[in-house]
Ligand binder design. Structure first.
Ligand code: UT7
Length: 321
C-alpha cells in the first residue's frame, strides 16, 4: 500500500508584518528585503496564540477537504521546531483538541526539513500496513525564536501551519521519499541554547536563531538540486516528467537557483515566500495547499516536495497527485 494525499489545509495568523514595518524596527529596507529574499510580508502569531492553535486550524481544514471522519485517523505527526511545551508533544495536544484518542501521535524535529521527514515516516507506516489514514502537520511559531533586533535573520521568518491527510491506497501517492542529515554544520543555522544546555537563557527569552546566511544559501541550493535528481533517478524519471516543484520557501533566489540548475521552467515552481516568509516546517505544506486551492495541481500531476534546514537536514518526497 502507498500513501495518497487526499486533502490539505493551511492556517496563517491574522497579523501581517510587512517590510515597511520592519524598516521601523531594524536598519533594513523594503528594497533590500525584496531584492535579496523575495519576501514582502509574513504572518506573526498573536500573543497567546501557539503552534498547536495554528496546527489545529490547518488540520481541521485538511480533514474537511479530505472528507474523512476524525475516527478514521490512526496516526498524527506534527513537524515543528517551536512546540508549545517541552512535553507533551504538540501532536498529542492537537490529537486531544480534535477529540481523537488512542492512535499514535508524535512530533518530528528536523527544522525546515521537518515536514519532509514526517512524509518519510508516514510513507513507511503506509507501506508496512501499520497505518491507513494519517494526519501530517507542519506548524511553527518561528517568530518566538527570532531576535527582533538582528536584521540578518528577523526579516526572513514567519509563522504558519500546513497540513495533509494521507490515506493508504493501492496506487501511489507517495512514490518515494529521500531524507538526509549532516550534523557537521550545526553552527551555520541554530538556536545555540536549549533545555539541557541553558535553561536560564531560554527562560530569559534569549533562545534565538543564529545563521551564517551565505553559507546556508550555497548549501541549500546544492542540496535541493541534488535531491531532485536523486528522487527522479530513483523512479526512472527525468526533469521533463516533473509537473511541479514545491521547494522549501526560504529565499526566492535559492528557489530560482535550484530551478536554473535543474533547467526547470519557472512556471513549474510553486513560490509563496513573498507572502509567507520562511515558515520552517510549515513552508512546504503551506505552499502545497496554496497551489491546491488555486487549482494549479491536477489529478495525476507529478510533484516534487523538498525541504532543507538546520542540522543540516534535507529531503524530498516525490508524489503523484
Ligand atoms: O530555512 C533554512 C534555510 N535558510 C536559508 O536558506 C537562508 C539562506 N540565506 C539567505 O537567504 C541569504 O544569505 C540572506 C537573505 C540571509 C542574506 O542575503 P545575502 O545576499 O547572502 O546577503 P549577505 O549576508 O551577503 O549580506 C550582504 C550585506 C551585508 O552588508 P555588507 O557586509 O556587505 O556591508 C549585510 O550586513 O547586506 C547586509 N544585510 C542587510 N542589509 C539590509 C544583511 N541583512 C540585511 C537586512 N537589511 N535585513
Amino acid at each position: 500500500m502507498y500513501g495518497r494525499i487526499i486533502g490539505s489545509g493551511a492556517y496563517l495568523p491574522a497579523r501581517r508584518l510587512d517590510n515597511h514595518e520592519l524598516e521601523r524596527m531594524v536598519d533594513t529596507s523594503d528594497e533590500w528585503i525584496r531584492a535579496r529574499t523575495g519576501i514582502v510580508r509574513r504572518a506573526i502569531a498573536a500573543e497567546g496564540e501557539y503552534t498547536s492553535d495554528l496546527a489545529e486550524a490547518a488540520a481541521r481544514e485538511a480533514i474537511a477537504a479530505s472528507g474523512v471522519s476524525l475516527s478514521q485517523i490512526d496516526l498524527i505527526i506534527v513537524a515543528t521546531t517551536t512546540p508549545d511545551l517541552v512535553f507533551p508533544s504538540t501532536a498529542t495536544l492537537v490529537q486531544h483538541r480534535l477529540g481523537i484518542r488512542g492512535c499514535p501521535a508524535f512530533d518530528i524535529q528536523a527544522v525546515c526539513a521537518g515536514f519532509i521527514y514526517a512524509l518519510d515516516v508516514v510513507d513507511k507506516y503506509m507501506r508496512s500496513g501499520a497505518c491507513r489514514c494519517a494526519l501530517v502537520i507542519g506548524a511553527e511559531t518561528f517568530s518566538r525564536i527570532v531576535d527582533w533586533t538582528d536584521r540578518t535573520t528577523c526579516v526572513l521568518f514567519g509563522d504558519g501551519a500546513g497540513a495533509m491527510v494521507i490515506k493508504s491506497d493501492d496506487e501511489p501517492g507517495i512514490l518515494s521519499t529521500h531524507v538526509h542529515a549532516d550534523g557537521a554544520y550545526k553552527e551555520l543555522l541554530w538556536v545555540p541554547v536549549g533545555v539541557s544546555t541553558g535553561n536560564a537563557e531560554v527562560e530569559a527569552g534569549r533562545a534565538f536563531t543564529r545563521m551564517k546566511g551565505n553559507e546556508v544559501f550555497r548549501w541549500a541550493v546544492t542540496a535541493m538540486s541534488d535531491i531532485a535528481v536523486e528522487a527522479l533517478r530513483h523512479n526512472g524519471l527525468s526533469i521533463e516528467d516533473l509537473d511541479w516543484l514545491v521547494p522549501h520557501q526560504a529565499n526566492v533566489r535559492i528557489i530560482q537557483a535550484i530551478g536554473k540548475r535543474l533547467r526547470l521552467p519557472p512556471e513549474k515552481v510553486v513560490v509563496t515566500v513573498a507572502e509567507h516568509g520562511n515558515t520552517s516546517a510549515a513552508s512546504v505544506p503551506l505552499a502545497f495547499d496554496t497551489a491546491v486551492r488555486d487549482g494549479r495541481f491536477k489529478h495525476g500531476d507529478l510533484i516534487l516536495l523538498e525541504g532543507f534546514g538546520g542540522g543540516f537536514t534535507w529531503g524530498s518526497a516525490l508524489i503523484r497527485y
